[in-house]
Design a protein around this ligand. Structure first.
Ligand code: FES
Length: 335
């Protein structure tokens, strides 16, 4: 049979075959290649296999941090996987490099790189939308003991500053200060836990190694000191104001878990060591310095503090005095 007559005879069958394959692919993708991602609470997003968790968040318009834009170059999109961990694909090169660098737990993955092939439950960890009623997984709510480093920051003379300036100007100044501190904390693998008026609490627990967490917390404090100086230059010009601040860092066992009620719900740390970090921040007033760190933090972070004085202070509820290092200019710390 001539080639032209074969084409003439079977052409309709070829076309029909192509259409059937295309329809089968659509049906497979729609009904059989779909998986469910469960976010804290009842929110479930259905996606095709091969979609990243970050894309799932975007599809469902769920707020999800991604400072590097999904390129695997930060860790702000990280999520805790709380079900079906055995089904997870191995991290790709980018994800492995980022996770190895900061030593995250195995069930913490980068949302922009993770393409699950079966149903998962996850909790976004950085600045995720928080809602107590949305956290249905009892494991996530029970909390667990974990060694963390805690940084407290507080503005000095805030009452005076708010008396002298119009309310909108105070909001502007505060937001500048929050933004400087927030960016630095996140770029050093910490997470903003709370804004308490003019105060900030940050938790550094991204690494399994407390030494790494302490180092990250001190680096953040040092960079905040440096950056606040340039912010001060700007504030002097715009408002004739100097923003003064004090910081305290301590580390140790804390209970980390999802806590709150209603829409006010977040993963936070509580315990005696958190109170000590807050107390060290208060002591920075007494020592008229930028930062007070505990000896434990200094040792873990392997800081060279030869040029700084130390002191012993009483901490309420503790039998022994605590050795501290008041640091006048935190930007001068050597690592
Ligand atoms: S968004 Fe930066 S690593 Fe995922």
């Amino acid at each position: 049979m001539a080639v032209t007559s074969i084409i003439d005879n079977y052409y309709p069958l070829f076309v029909l075959g192509i259409i059937l394959v295309a329809v089968a692919n659509v049906v497979r993708a729609k009904y059989f290649g779909r998986i469910k991602i469960q976010y804290p609470g009842s929110e479930t997003v259905t996606i095709s296999k091969g979609t990243t968790i970050l894309e799932a968040s975007r599809i469902a318009k769920i707020p999800h941090q991604s400072v590097c834009g999904g390129k695997g170059r930060c860790t702000t999109c990280r999520v805790k996987v709380i079900s079906n961990q055995d089904s997870l694909p191995a991290p790709n090169t980018y994800e492995k490099r980022a996770l190895d660098r900061i030593g995250l737990e195995e069930n913490i993955r980068l949302a922009c790189q993770l393409r699950p092939s079966s149903d998962l439950s996850i909790i976004p960890l950085v600045n995720s939308r928080n809602s107590l009623e949305k956290a249905t997984n009892p494991k996530a709510l029970s909390g667990k003991e974990k060694e963390t480093a805690i940084l407290f920051i507080d503005l000095r003379g805030f009452t005076k500053l708010s008396e002298k300036n119009l309310a909108y100007d105070v909001v502007y100044i505060l937001n500048k200060y929050y933004s400087v501190c927030g960016k630095i904390i996140e770029s050093n693998f910490g997470r903003l836990d709370k804004f308490i008026g003019d105060g900030i609490m940050a938790i550094f627990d991204s690494s399994e190694e407390i030494a790494e967490n302490c180092k990250n917390a001190v680096k953040a404090a040092s960079q905040i000191s440096e950056n606040m100086k340039s912010l001060n230059g700007q504030m002097k010009i715009e408002f004739s104001e100097d923003i003064r601040f004090g910081m305290g860092i301590h580390a140790g066992d804390t209970i980390v878990g999802l806590m709150g009620y209603g829409e006010k719900f977040s993963e936070t740390a509580v315990g005696d060591n958190v109170n000590v970090a807050s107390r060290l921040e208060e002591l920075s007033k007494k020592y008229a310095c930028e930062l007070v760190i505990s000896q434990y933090v200094a040792e873990k972070a392997k800081l060279n503090l030869d040029k700084f004085n130390s002191d012993l202070v009483e901490i309420r509820g503790r039998k022994e005095n605590l050795k501290i290092f008041p640091i006048h200019n935190a930007a001068e710390i050597n690592f």
